[in-house]
Design a protein around this ligand. Structure first.
Ligand code: ATP
Ligand code: MG
Length: 447
């Protein structure tokens, strides 16, 4: 493998096990990544030693998944490496497998999903052991299963999602029979747990490769329609003023955002979900549909409530920015609704939309974006009140004026904020006190 060396601790673990008489190899993702020329930290080792033997040989071990044959071995520098006993599957259900220890490396490689993931490399002897020709496939740019694709995908439907992710990440063409088996298996992926489905999408969004490749395959394979109906409806949904549809625009924008900002990539991906009309909610405003549908996607994936709120509250604003030529009052109202704290994220998202539209004609242009960004930044920084808490009059002041706290307090403060958003010079205690008294007197029951 072109002069590749494994990190010192990996070689130390392999040498220690082999000195004790147990054949040991590097396998899986790290070998694949190294073959593709990508650095990987995740070195997984496969050995003939049983977990009990591994524990006996090393001083510092952590039982990670003893049932599955995995022991963690702590290297001197404190890094944990997974050492897994050779295994073979004895029973599979489409969701998980019952495994048994195996004597031979080849058994272990044969249970791996794709040929590119079934290459073993010996970190000391520096030889590749590749019975399924995964290295050749990687070189030729082909993804195929180890063994019969129909059987291997039915054993574990997560492999359908993994295939699309790897094809995207390494720019592989999915081999014909594997592709046919994959599209045939798509209707069964619903048996997977929502968490595993979400993790797959999150790996695509957090990956170094442009996510549009794997996500384009989600659409092409039918997986998008099986799992993400809200997004599937944006395929072919015309974006007004643009040559293309919402889905392809969203994919371009996702690619343009950094992998280190998954929240932004999520919001960019989901930006169009509010746009298509669906039976029953034609009446709803696209803004509300965007919020509700993006929240529905994330909820189905069992995302945390914090994450659902964070992403779904960005989504509707991404597709529907305020008019860059609107009045200051309009933009202040807009900021008050969207929340000042969301502005930096939204500017990143719109900026990606601008660049996406520069790649392919669309309604955004850089001049409009620059105007909007400058105006919103200035208003957000101006210190002018955008929230009830920033008014020159508070609930405490109302109590001091002799009113008793109740639901009317919130209402009157919002009434005052509304005026101040329109005309910030009204944010003076005397004026707000007078207005508040007038408003409250008119609504309070006589005593
Ligand atoms: P990544 O870490 O980017 O998800 P990976 O290939 O390292 O990619 P892991 O889930 O870390 O994936 O698994 C390590 C290895 O275990 C894989 O390379 C593959 O050989 C095997 N493997 C993982 N999941 C499956 C599966 N569902 N079916 C068969 N083999 C699998
Ligand atoms: Mg891995």
């Amino acid at each position: 493998m072109r002069g590749l060396t494994a990190p010192g601790p990996v070689r130390w673990i392999v040498r220690t096990l082999e000195d004790a008489g147990f054949e040991t190899w590097a396998v899986g993702g790290a070998v694949r990544d190294a073959l593709a020329g990508i650095p990987s930290g995740d070195w997984d080792l496969a050995t003939r030693a049983t977990p009990r033997e591994v524990r006996r040989i090393f001083r510092r071990t952590v039982p990670i998944g003893v049932d599955h044959g995995t022991m963690g071995v702590l290297a001197r520098d404190g890094t944990l490496f997974e050492v897994t006993t050779f295994r073979k599957d004895v029973e599979t259900t489409g969701r998980h497998a019952v495994v048994e220890f195996a004597d031979e490396l080849d058994d272990d490689l044969a249970r791996r999903d794709f040929t590119i993931n079934a290459v073993a490399w010996h970190p000391i002897r520096k030889v590749v052991h590749d019975p399924f020709e995964g290295a050749v496939d990687l070189e030729r740019g082909v993804l195929r299963t180890v063994g019969s694709p129909e059987d291997r995908l039915a054993e574990d439907y997560l492999r359908v999602l993994r295939a699309l992710r790897f094809a995207g990440a390494f720019q592989l063409r999915i081999e014909g029979r594997t592709w046919r088996a994959l599209t045939a298996a798509v209707p069964r992926v619903g048996v997977l747990s929502p968490e595993r489905i979400r993790e797959e999408l999150e790996k695509i969004l957090a990956g170094a490769a442009p996510p549009s490749r794997a996500l384009g395959l989600y659409a092409a394979s039918g997986l998008l329609s099986a799992l993400y109906g809200e997004l599937d409806a944006t395929v072919g949904e015309e974006r007004s003023g643009a040559g293309g549809d919402w889905f392809s625009h969203a994919l371009r924008a996702v690619d343009l955002l950094p992998a280190s900002r998954p929240t932004l990539r999520w919001a960019a991906l989901l930006q169009g979900v509010g746009e298509p009309e669906a039976p029953g909610d034609e009446e709803a405003h696209p803004w509300d549909r965007g919020l509700l549908r993006s929240a529905a996607v994330l909820e189905r994936l069992r995302s945390s409530n914090a994450r659902i709120a964070e992403i779904s509250q960005l989504v509707p604003w991404v597709a529907r920015p305020p008019d860059p030529r609107g009045t200051d009052a309009e933009l202040r109202r807009w900021l008050a609704r969207a929340g000042r704290e969301r502005l930096p994220a939204l500017l990143r998202l719109w900026s990606a939309a601008v660049r996406a539209d520069e790649l392919r004609d669309g309604p955004w242009n850089r001049g409009d974006f620059n105007t909007l960004a400058a105006r919103l930044r200035a208003l957000a920084r101006s210190g002018l009140p955008l929230e009830v808490g920033e008014l020159a009059l508070s609930g405490r002041d109302l109590i001091r004026m002799g009113y008793s706290p109740g639901p009317l307090f919130g209402e009157v403060l919002r009434f005052l904020l509304d005026q101040v958003l329109e005309a910030p010079e009204l944010n003076r205690p005397e004026y707000l006190r007078d207005e508040a008294s007038r408003w409250l007197e008119a609504r309070m029951p006589d005593e």
